[in-house]
Ligand binder design. Structure first.
Ligand code: ATR
Length: 246
């Protein structure tokens, strides 16, 4: 996506992927700083630890407790989080979020970015998770209304549902019962398994609007590009690159 965007914008840059083991993260960031690398996209499992290696941390990355981007400003690496922006923009393709009742499934790093983004946009948020204590901790930390088990979904009159659990990633399963899905709602699955997940298929069948995880990835990449180029890359170029790679 980034390379397609560079070509479209006429920017003389290249995006490369490196597989960095946790024990080499600090050295890898130091090496990139020495080389003058303009931006790093940080992936799992480094998103939390990289905060300590940045010269400055944006307030949103600080609140979420994770960064997915380091951008060179002068000689400083600034850590930011475009995951939550990607998530809210993917949902906003189907309408505003202010005043909505949202439910986030899961309590890991992706859920933290989701709750932060939904709160930032003025939605009310309930966090549901298999392990309820993790949901409670997250809810208290990031200002969600309340927390509960996954089964509680059927009793919540929600407008927006976001799945951040890994259910559906490796097998054709959904974290919630199909009967708990409501017509007229927006359902975003942060899992991108290539084809539509069971959750999204069931959501569509029940009259909800399914939103695929690929839009989060495209929107968060657009935000990364904005951060260091200040330019707006064409969305359709990123989408074509994404589709060609998956
Ligand atoms: P990430 O940081 O990517 O969000 P994570 O911290 O490993 O990843 O979180 C994975 C999420 O998927 C958790 O909410 C996990 O629930 P638990 O907190 O109870 O472990 C959820 N998850 C994983 N497998 C699951 C399953 N089979 N059923 C329900 N939830 C599951």
């Amino acid at each position: 996506m980034h390379n397609a965007a560079f070509a479209a914008l006429g920017i003389d840059a290249v995006y490369l992927a490196f597989d960095v083991p946790p024990a080499r993260l600090e050295a890898a960031v130091a090496g990139c700083r020495s080389l003058g690398v303009r931006q790093l996209a940080i992936s799992l499992p480094h998103k939390e630890r990289v905060l300590a290696l940045a010269d400055r941390v944006d307030p949103d990355a600080r609140a979420i407790g994770a960064a997915n981007t380091l951008t060179l400003e002068g000689s400083a690496f600034v850590a930011s989080n475009t995951d939550w922006i990607g998530l809210v923009r993917a949902l906003e393709r189907a309408g505003a979020l202010a005043g909505c009742q949202a439910v986030v499934l899961g309590a890991g790093g992706a859920a933290r970015a989701a709750v932060f983004g939904l709160r930032e946009r003025g939605a009310r948020v309930v966090v549901l998770n298999r392990t309820v204590s993790r949901a409670q901790n997250l809810a208290a930390d990031l200002g969600a209304e309340r927390a509960g088990p996954l089964e509680a979904l059927r009793d919540i009159p929600y407008d927006v549902l976001v799945n951040t659990t890994s259910v559906g990633l490796t097998r054709d399963a959904s974290p919630v019962a199909a009967e708990a899905l409501r017509p007229g709602t927006r359902v975003l699955d942060a899992v991108y398994a290539g084809s539509r997940t069971r959750l999204l298929r069931q959501a569509a069948a029940r009259g909800a609007r399914p939103i695929e995880g690929k839009w989060m990835l495209i929107e968060q990449a657009l935000e990364q590009l904005r951060l260091w180029t200040g330019k707006e890359a064409p969305r359709e170029v990123l989408e074509a690159a994404f589709d060609a790679a998956t």
